[in-house]
Design a protein around this ligand. Sequence first.
Ligand code: AGV
Ligand code: CA
Length: 320
Amino acid sequence: MTDPSPRRRQVVFDHDGAPDDLLSLLLLTRYDAVELRGVAVTPADCLAEPALSVTRKILGLAGLDVPTAVGTLPGRNPFPLAWRIDALRADALPVLNREDPGVAGVAGADALPAHEQLAVWLTRAPEPVTVLATGPLTNLAWCLDRHPSIASRIEEVVFMGGALDVTGNVRQPGHDGSAEWNVFWDPDAVRRVFDADVPITMFPLDVTDRVPVTPDLARAFGRTYGDPVGDLAGSLLALTFGTLETTGLPYCCWDSLTTSYLAEPGICTFETVRCDVITRGESQGRVVRHAGGRPVRCAATVDTGRFYRHLLGTLAPGAG
Ligand code: AGV
Ligand code: CA
């Protein structure tokens, strides 16, 4: 008798359309360990319409018929427009436009806005679902607020966000720089999710800063040129170039490292930290260690080489 096949995690993905989020979506489409049940787009680090469009095209490229929804809830602290327009560039990449848009089925949004759709996905799932969030937690917070019993439908929240023992990445007038952007966009949402009875695994800047997008990593995808998945991955990484020159901070594999946890959890080590989030004032959006806070399983160290090999091995298996 053969072993029963390992259980596939039921996953709902909530992302916010930046190149790194799209690379994460591409990874998810390749993972045997993941059954993708729905993809929500939060209009935070992206423009909603092209981010939804590119999401559907990536699912189409993978041959997956997965429902999508786009968010309408606003955040308190908007992302720079210069970052949000990257979704327009990604949506125009040739590798995603080999077919007529009508044929690829990219036209028209699903009926429900993402927060309501997320509630439906979680409620109707046959077993508890992992919510992977690589953008703000606004949709999930709304679900928990409006339908508190949804907490029991959630197996684990896996979230890219926070900066515990390192400087944040927000550089805005009136802010002290201690926050990470996904939390800063909607600090109250993180508070709401922290208050819920759900297991949280968080990937703060403390680890994600250790996996920058390097020229070597991006160029390695050239070795499988002609393969649509590898070409898309390399193109998404190329879109991140210039970040250090324009912001003073490198572009990192923040979201894709977080996503890799669903397939290869041994890339990082973890420690449980009692956390709180500051929601007002010049440190708003900062996640802090706090003795009375809620326990969060936080990624603490990362095997950088193993992560880069995971990316290449998953998205450009022939690259060696
Ligand atoms: O703070 C990291 C989060 C990740 O979810 N995002 C980018 C990733 O999708 C915000 C962000 C921080 N710095 C950025 C960001 C930059 N230089 N460009 C675009 N987005
Ligand atoms: Ca993101």
